[in-house]
Design a protein around this ligand. Structure first.
Ligand code: GAR
Length: 206
């Protein structure tokens, strides 16, 4: 499979996916990065590992109509013969034309146990701060199909970890990142092996 990663931030998950390809833990090729932010860490990682990247941001295309802007995403992935899309800290809603063609071939990772602590504005350290402030005793990661809303779509996989009394948002973020870097590539492998099946509104991972 040819994979495209969408990322807007530091890009540690993007890097973990690249390393899992290099270490032959996954068979797919990470062939393209799409970002809305040309200055993000993920772009530096793409340059370092020689992966093509494309910056798609409304401010770069001020004069084209919305449907043409929306089409840019689909054109970019079709140009690289992409089979599968992984969101790794991508902070924008997805293009509707892309979602139509790639339905059930786009997955997202979220640094908490959805459906709690998700939605607009719930990304990165904001999520961990909300978790700590709520006083819950467990947090974790959720890997799910992406749809037209933030952090919704059928859940594929979750893993939890304890929130200790002395955790703050930064220590919790470190714990969660370790889980993300370990399990995101493992779920990609399950896709490669066709071990993920959608059954009504549940996802079964064999
Ligand atoms: C990750 O923790 C990812 O789960 C989160 O953004 C972070 C990106 O980190 N995604 C969301 O919050 C989606 N709502 P990274 O840039 O270091 O991979």
């Amino acid at each position: 499979m040819n994979i495209c990663v969408f990322a807007s931030g530091t890009g540690t998950n993007f890097k973990a996916l690249i390393l899992s390809e290099k270490r032959k833990k996954i068979k797919s090729s990470i062939s393209l990065l799409i970002t809305n932010n040309s200055y993000c860490g993920a772009v530096q990682t793409a340059v370092k590992y020689g992966i093509k990247y494309k910056v798609i941001n409304r401010t770069l295309y001020p004069d084209i109509p919305e449907t043409s802007y929306d089409k840019l995403f689909l054109s970019a992935v079709e140009e690289q013969s992409i089979d599968f899309i992984l969101l790794a800290g991508y902070m924008k809603l997805l293009s509707s034309q892309l979602l139509k063609v790639f339905r059930n071939r786009i997955i997202n990772i979220h640094p908490a146990l959805l459906p709690s602590f998700g939605g607009k504005g719930m990304y990165g350290v904001n999520v961990h701060r909300a978790v700590i402030e709520s006083g819950v005793k467990v947090s974790g990661i959720t890997i799910h199909y992406a749809d037209e809303k933030y952090d919704e779509g059928k859940i594929i996989f979750q893993k939890c970890c304890a929130v200790s009394n002395d955790d703050d948002e930064f220590s919790l973020m470190q714990k969660i990142r370790k889980l993300e870097h370990k399990y995101y590539p493992e779920i990609v492998k399950k896709f490669e092996e066709k071990k993920i099946i959608i059954s009504k509104n549940k996802v079964i991972v064999n």
